[in-house]
Design a protein around this ligand. Structure first.
Ligand SMILES: [Fe+2]
Ligand SMILES: [Fe+2]
Length: 257
């Protein structure tokens, strides 16, 4: 598992995680822009290049944190604008791309989450364990359910049994998301330590996210060997496995990162 070998959780590592996330999103989108949309393709190419540069800077750990954070905020803001603009055009049927609207929205939400994390790093603010737990579960469980939806979207329909399995997994994560959303209103602010209910739920999610990560990596290996019929970008599964990893690590640490 290459990404877990050097998965750094310091400030540089967290910035690198989020910048790489946007960089990958740009590359995935690049494959799905029609040749009729030259302007969008060029703007997106420019974003990929910028995001890649800032990501590499974060990985090298040489840059001063303040200026790196500022650069990360700036480039993320620009990419967010491109995505929301494209999503708006897609909703109005005025762009030719094969990316589903919900997938654009998924990428927009991750860009927004990264902006929240950058702000937390900048302010040095700490969320209480219960606030962090509820935030992480509400945000990421929707992303996890989406990921399974996108696996199904790209898988060839001839994979009947695998499609059935993925649908069941997606529905399980949708139910877990509903539970997390219920907790959000049941446990009112101010929140401090996790209650036994939140702790038990966390344990369930940590276990489920680890299993989901392993499943995504299994499928990743098949796709990279061209042994599964799919139109998925070759490294999409590794990308979403990394996000499952990120979720359970944040829950174990009781933080938003
Ligand atoms: Fe992502
Ligand atoms: Fe995602």
């Amino acid at each position: 598992m290459p990404y877990t070998d050097n998965y750094e959780r310091d400030v540089y590592g967290i910035l690198a995680f989020w910048l790489r996330n946007d960089y990958d999103h740009g590359r995935f989108l690049d494959r799905e822009i029609s040749h009729y949309e030259l302007e969008l393709a060029r703007a997106n190419q420019h974003m990929i290049q910028r995001l890649g540069e800032v990501w590499k800077k974060a990985e090298s750990k040489n840059a001063e944190i303040g200026s790196l954070l500022h650069e990360a905020q700036h480039v993320t803001h620009e990419f967010h604008s491109l995505l929301t603009h494209t999503m708006d055009r897609s909703l109005n049927c005025s762009v030719i791309i094969s990316t589903p609207v919900s997938l654009l929205d998924h990428m927009v939400r991750e860009a927004e989450e990264s902006q929240r994390v950058f702000q937390l790093i900048e302010s040095g603010a700490q969320l209480s364990p219960a606030d962090a737990t509820i935030h992480e579960n509400v945000f990421w469980l929707r992303q996890m359910a989406d990921h399974l939806g996108y696996i199904r979207h790209y898988l060839d329909i001839s994979n009947y049994d695998l499609n059935f399995k993925v649908t069941n997994m997606m529905q399980k994560f949708e139910r877990l998301l509903m539970q997390a959303t219920a907790h959000q209103t049941m446990f009112r602010r101010p929140r401090h330590e996790n209650s036994p209910i939140l702790n038990a739920f966390n344990q369930t999610i940590i276990k489920e996210a680890k299993e989901l990560e392993a499943f995504k990596l299994e499928l990743d290996a098949l796709i990279k060997e061209c042994a599964a019929a799919t139109t998925s970008p070759p490294d999409l599964l590794e990308h979403i496995a990394r996000e499952a990893h990120h979720l359970w690590r944040n829950l174990e640490d009781g933080i938003v990162r």
